[in-house]
Each structure stands twice: as C-alpha cells, then as structure tokens.
Design a protein around this ligand. Structure first.
Ligand code: ACO
Length: 143
C-alpha cells in the first residue's frame, strides 16, 4: 500500500531519478528545490517503502499549474497518479484556487488519456514548446 505526503528535501534524489526516467525533458536538482520553496504544499510524493511517484505545481493567480507528474514505470496503472492528482486538487481547492492547467506533449497519449479521464480538456496547442521541438497541448479543468 502507498500513501501520499508532502515532499521533503531529502526526497530530492528519488524524485530526480523518477523524473529522469519518466519525463522527456531534463530538469536540474536546483529547479526542484526552487519549485518546492515557491509552493511547498503543492509538491507531493507517493511513498511505498521508497518514493514511487510525485507531482509538482505552481500557483498562478487563482489557478494551479501542474508542472510535473510522474509514477515509476513498474507502479503505473495502479491508481497512484490518480491519488497524487486528487491530493493536489484538494490542496489547490483548500487554497481557493478555481482551476488546474498543464502542458503535455501532443504525442504523450497515455498522459492525455489520464488527464481526460480526470476531467481535463484540451484548450489550445503550443507549437515548438519543448526543447526537442515537440508541441504541447494545454489542458484545463475547473475545480
Ligand atoms: N494507456 C491508456 N490509458 C492510460 C495509460 C496507458 N498506458 N496510462 C494511464 N492511462 C489513463 C487511463 O484512463 C487509466 O485508467 P484505467 O487504468 O482505468 O484505464 C488511468 O489513466 C490510470 O490512472 P492511474 O493508474 O492513476 O495513473 P498512473 O499511476 O499510471 O499515472 C501517469 C499516470 C502519471 C501519466 C503515468 O503514466 C506516468 O508517469 N507517465 C510518464 C510521465 C508523464 O508522461 N507524465 C505526464 C507529463 S505532463 C505533466 O506532467 C504536466
């Protein structure tokens, strides 16, 4: 069984490894720390014995922007991403935010299906958004 809790700075290397395995874009350790300090309550991890997934976000006006969500490959399709997103939504609602949004690579079919299952809709496309030239969909959800 896993549980969701707030990120702690000692989790940084585990989160960094999951991010490097799961996300196409490369992010630095410093970036994770900056994101954490900007909104500690919006940085959550899923823990079994080890860290098996995480979600991070930032507050922009009355919206929460999901910056990264990833689950270790062998723990996918078990509800962990859903639990992370649900807790993140709960935190955002507690802080009186009214919507969630994110960018996702247009060819990331699994993540798009995941977010659609959770009520997000594609509202626009950002061409040439990622370092390798891939485009992104912007997806929104009112909470
Ligand atoms: N094929 C089809 N649908 C999928 C798939 C898949 N491989 N993976 C997830 N889904 C959708 C389905 O609707 C599924 O529901 P179902 O199992 O009842 O059919 C639901 O999502 C699964 O939900 P969870 O089990 O809660 O999701 P999971 O723990 O697997 O996490 C996540 C989903 C985070 C997208 C995971 O696949 C992952 O880590 N992917 C790699 C990293 C990534 O792409 N992250 C998103 C980048 S965009 C951003 O971060 C803003």
């Amino acid at each position: 069984m896993f549980h969701i809790r707030e990120f702690r700075e000692e989790d940084i290397y585990d989160v960094f490894v999951i991010s490097s395995q799961s996300l196409t874009e490369l992010y630095s350790l410093d970036l994770f720390i900056d994101i954490y300090h900007a909104w500690p309550q919006g940085f959550l991890v899923a823990e079994m014995r080890d860290i098996i997934g995480f979600i991070t976000g930032t507050k922009i006006g009355d919206s929460a922007r999901i910056l990264m969500l990833a689950v270790q490959p062998k723990f996918r399709r078990m509800g962990i991403g859903t639990a992370l997103l649900n807790r993140f939504t709960f935190v955002a609602k507690q802080e009186r935010m009214r919507s969630l949004y994110l960018e996702v690579r247009v060819n990331n079919t699994n993540a798009i299906k995941f977010y659609q299952k959770h009520g997000f809709v594609i509202t626009s496309q950002l061409d040439n958004y990622y370092t390798n030239g891939d485009s992104a969909y912007v997806m929104w959800k009112i909470i």
